[in-house]
Unconditional design. Structure first.
Length: 146
């Protein structure tokens, strides 16, 4: 995405979108690298993460401690095999970033899943304010986390 400014130095939609995507992309990179400090720094302390599925991990996780507990439980249940790379980012000028990601993992009992998911981020002041995670195959994801 190309960034431009107006003659007055005002930020354009391209600038806003690029900055918001960069903030979200940094979170994906930190998660993939296991860099917890950087991942946490990318969220507002009172951020929310809504895992929209009918499984025991589902629901709204409020605050960075709850978000980290949700992600830690996901990692524990998959014995560290959980992967969630972003395939594509899209953003608007209202600080919404949509990421299409592929979530996969293996449970110690041999269950596996590989699910394309859509995640909507709201970015405020360069950090994530909220996350809405929509799973692609709710029944399969529920069975995996059961």
């Amino acid at each position: 995405m190309t960034s431009t400014t107006t003659g007055t130095g005002a930020t354009t939609t391209a600038d806003t979108s690029a900055a918001d995507i960069a903030a979200v992309r940094a979170g994906f990179e930190a998660f993939a690298a296991g860099d917890v400090a950087t991942f946490i720094a990318g969220f507002h302390p009172d951020a929310t993460w809504n895992h929209r599925n009918d499984d025991h991990l589902g629901g709204v996780h409020r605050g960075i401690d709850a978000i980290m507990a949700f992600l830690a439980e996901s990692g524990r249940l998959t014995a560290g095999t959980l992967r969630a790379p972003a395939l594509r980012f899209m953003a608007d000028d209202d600080h919404h970033v949509t990421a299409i990601m592929r979530v996969s993992g293996t449970r110690p009992d041999g269950r596996t899943f590989d699910d394309t998911q859509l995640v909507l981020f709201v970015v405020e002041d360069g950090r994530v304010r909220s996350v809405d995670q929509y799973v692609g195959d709710p029944a399969a994801v529920t069975a995996f986390w059961a």
